[in-house]
Design a protein around this ligand. Structure first.
Ligand code: ATP
Length: 238
């Protein structure tokens, strides 16, 4: 269980998050909202990449804000970025293995964890390939393998399907939906793709101007007139 309580983050005069509270109980929770609503800032607050002015963030009873960013990663917090973070000159397996550097595991256990992660995303036989030249979908598979390697507890995903073709986005969706059960991690998913959110998130948090506009079962949230006016209406008009 992840609890966000009265969380505020400011950049100068901009309140990127303004007293945000929500208890995320479901295996996959969506986060949506208009541009600039504070979605990425929320993930940055989880990761420790922005200073939090006030409030608390706990996951499974652990106070995340009390830990330095590298300790959060060691604890089991993982995230993806809007751009891929991989080293082209390394193999697929070595890119995944880098994620385990900070973890206390025997080399044999690390090799097994990398193999499990690659098998999970459908790259079981491709660990020795170099990442250079890989297409976007393959790169996203490697990204997800990096994130799920080594038993993470909380996985934060920032628009993982952006730029993919519809068939690739559908394949990625099947991978994402399996993360909680297969890898044992809770997932917080930011995406502008409402169909993706509706397909895999049991509950969804809607942000607007850094505040909670709506939160609850995804179907109800997406039908909420406030949400339609602030977000979905804007998307339809775009
Ligand atoms: N490092 C920063 N310095 C100054 N202002 C920032 C910084 N990061 C975010 N902001 C501001 O905080 C607000 C929230 O931004 P954020 O990127 O979290 O929104 P978002 O919902 O992720 O938007 P998008 O959908 O466009 O990615 C915006 O007004 C943004 O300009």
């Amino acid at each position: 269980m992840i609890e966000i309580r009265d969380l505020s983050v400011s950049f100068g005069g901009v309140r990127a998050l303004d007293g945000l509270s929500a208890r995320l109980d479901d295996p996959i929770v969506g986060v949506i909202g208009p541009n600039g609503a504070g979605k990425t800032t929320l993930l940055n607050a989880f990761s420790g990449f922005v200073p939090v002015a006030s409030g608390s963030l706990t996951a499974f009873g652990t106070d995340l804000l009390a830990m330095a960013p590298h300790r959060r990663a060691r604890w089991g917090l993982r995230r993806s970025f809007q751009t891929e973070e991989m080293v082209d000159d390394l193999t697929v397996a070595d890119n995944v293995r880098v994620m385990l550097d900070a973890l206390t595991m025997k080399p044999r256990e690390k090799t097994a964890a990398v193999e499990r992660a690659l098998a999970f995303v459908g790259l079981a036989d491709q660990g020795r390939l170099l990442c250079a030249g890989m297409d976007l979908y393959r790169r996203r598979q490697v990204e997800i393998a990096k994130i799920v390697a080594g038993s993470p507890k909380v996985v934060l995903l920032d628009e993982p399907a952006a730029g993919l073709q519809p068939n690739e986005a559908a394949a990625l969706r099947d991978i994402l939906v399996a993360i909680p059960e297969t890898c044992g991690a809770r997932v917080v998913l930011i995406d502008h793709d409402v169909d993706l959110i509706a397909a895999i998130c049991r509950s969804t948090l809607v942000l607007d101007f850094g505040r909670r506009l709506a939160f609850g079962p995804t179907g109800e949230v997406l039908r909420d007139p406030k949400v339609k006016a602030a977000y979905l209406g804007l998307k339809e008009a775009a």
